[in-house]
Design a protein around this ligand. Structure first.
Ligand SMILES: [Zn+2]
Ligand SMILES: [Zn+2]
Ligand SMILES: [Zn+2]
Length: 161
């Protein structure tokens, strides 16, 4: 379900994020969402923003780990893994596939509520889950799906690739 993030040594204690993208404010531009670098603490803008200052910063300065600086969100992302990362019980960090894990939970809940993973039924009964099924099948077909994720998905009653 996850693999160790080898970049997490670069995480340092940082102050609370700023209320704007530091670089956009300098050049008088605007942003969509804010991210904070967990190495140097700079607050910069996301990839939906015109300037994408956080991912530029990651490429230019090699600071690979950032967190959301949006008040209603709580997640950490590693550019080195191109995945969300989280702290483990033993104090390390691991990269995980958020979308795969959320979908597995939704599929399990759907099944225990008497639902079926049958394609036709799912397409009308649970559109989001139908999209997830398509996503993980496509990922599996290209060999990009994590092996542990694949076996967890295969364990779902009635699952077919
Ligand atoms: Zn990493
Ligand atoms: Zn910016
Ligand atoms: Zn930084």
């Amino acid at each position: 379900m996850s693999r160790p993030c080898v970049h997490a040594d670069a995480i340092s204690p940082v102050p609370p994020p700023a209320s704007g993208c530091e670089t956009c404010l300098e050049i008088g531009d605007t942003w969509v969402h804010l991210r904070q670098c967990l190495t140097c603490g700079r607050t910069l803008c996301c990839d939906d923003s015109p300037n994408r200052h956080m991912s530029r910063h990651a490429r230019a300065d090699g600071h690979l780990i950032m967190r959301t600086a949006e008040p209603d969100e709580d997640w950490v992302f590693c550019f080195g893994d191109d995945a969300l990362v989280r702290e483990t019980a033993t104090g390390g960090w691991e990269a995980f596939d958020w979308y795969v894990e959320e979908g597995l939970e939704a599929a399990t809940a759907h099944l225990s509520a008497g639902g079926s993973l049958d394609d036709a039924a799912l397409a009308t009964a649970h559109e989001e889950l139908a999209q997830w099924v398509g996503h993980v099948r496509a990922k599996h077909a290209t060999g990009a799906l994590d092996a542990a994720d694949a076996s967890a998905i295969e364990a779902l009653p009635g699952w077919t690739w």
